[in-house]
Design a protein around this ligand. Structure first.
Ligand code: NAI
Ligand code: 15L
Length: 268
């Protein structure tokens, strides 16, 4: 049966807030968890992923987990280790103990951020491109994907690792025209990842069907994902404001954008 009750970690964050609005329309009842309380959601669980007892209680009885919680930009190794590496381990261990069979993991393009982005007639980036994390943050996403593989091979727990491009209400840079995932497509992809059968551990790219797409969406479509959106309507305005990507600028030549610079330059 398709999962109905889903634990959403990181529910107070940007993506969590968007998905809290959109996923109920796909038929889910959400249990919310975050470090931070959420206004208007008194039942949300306020807990740190470091708190194993709280995490175990939070996963008890759910059909599946969407794991968004963690540090979402570059930070010190110590902070990334605590929140993203140990935190994700704690969540998987709790899920194993409580018998949760399906997790959707918010991985990131930054797990492979040093991959050159296609130029001209270059092929799209395949989903099995070698790992090339661009930050400690990206490295933690590589860890999460490998943890997911281990828990599938050893414990039969299924994960879809979604290497999200940029999921925001609108694309805000020329780079994002290529990796943007509209919130509505994000909800469609999470729904597909929750309901597809026999996923084992599957890695997919997470974006809309953008005209300027850089990566291959085949494995996402194989889950039943049918993206409906394209960033192209935003292109003229962003190109007029920011100019086109400069192939001689290292931050424009790689999938990860400004995450590849040292230190990363915000905004991207
Ligand atoms: P965000 O930073 O807005 O939200 C993350 C949430 O996780 C925050 O509300 C924070 O309080 C919570 N959190 C952090 N550490 C925690 C801990 N130890 N225990 C419990 N909660 C904790 O980030 P955003 O944009 O919403 O991203 C969500 C997830 O998706 C992240 O894992 C991020 O790496 C991933 N992602 C997001 C992309 C995007 O375009 N928004 C792109 C690629 C990946
Ligand atoms: C990410 O992984 C970040 O969490 C998000 O804030 C954006 O920076 C996104 O990647 C991106 O590459 O645009």
């Amino acid at each position: 049966p398709a999962p109905r009750t889903v634990l959403l970690t990181g529910a107070a964050g940007g993506l969590g807030t968007l998905m809290r609005e959109l996923l109920p329309d796909h038929g889910y009842e959400l249990r919310l968890l975050d470090l931070r309380p959420i206004e208007g959601e008194p039942d949300a669980i306020v807990a740190d992923l470091a708190d194993r007892a709280a995490v175990r209680e939070a996963v008890r009885g759910v059909d599946a987990i969407i794991h968004l919680a963690g540090i979402s930009l570059e930070a010190s190794f110590e902070k990334i280790l605590k929140a993203n590496i140990e935190g994700t381990y704690n969540l998987y261990e709790a899920a194993r103990e409580e018998g949760v069979r399906r997790i959707v993991f918010a991985s990131s393009n930054h797990a492979v951020g040093y991959t050159p982005r296609p130029q001209g007639d270059d092929p799209l980036i395949p989903v099995d491109a070698p790992r090339r994390p661009d930050t400690f943050y990206g490295l933690s996403k590589c860890f999460g994907e490998d943890l997911a593989q281990l828990y599938w091979d050893k414990h039969g727990m299924e994960t879809v690792s979604v290497r999200i491009g940029s999921c925001f209400p609108e694309p805000t840079s020329v780079r994002m025209l290529s990796v943007w995932m509209s919130p509505a497509d994000g909800a469609r992809l999470l729904h597909a990842a929750l309901t597809a059968e026999d996923v084992g551990h599957t890695v997919v790219h997470g974006s809309s069907a953008n005209t300027r797409l850089w990566w291959d969406l085949t494995s996402a479509r194989a889950l039943g994902y049918a993206p409906q959106d394209d960033s192209e309507p935003y292109a003229d305005k962003l190109l007029a404001e920011q100019g086109d990507l400069d192939p001689d600028n290292p931050a424009h030549a790689r999938l990860g954008g400004h995450f590849v610079t040292d230190p990363p330059i915000w905004p991207y």
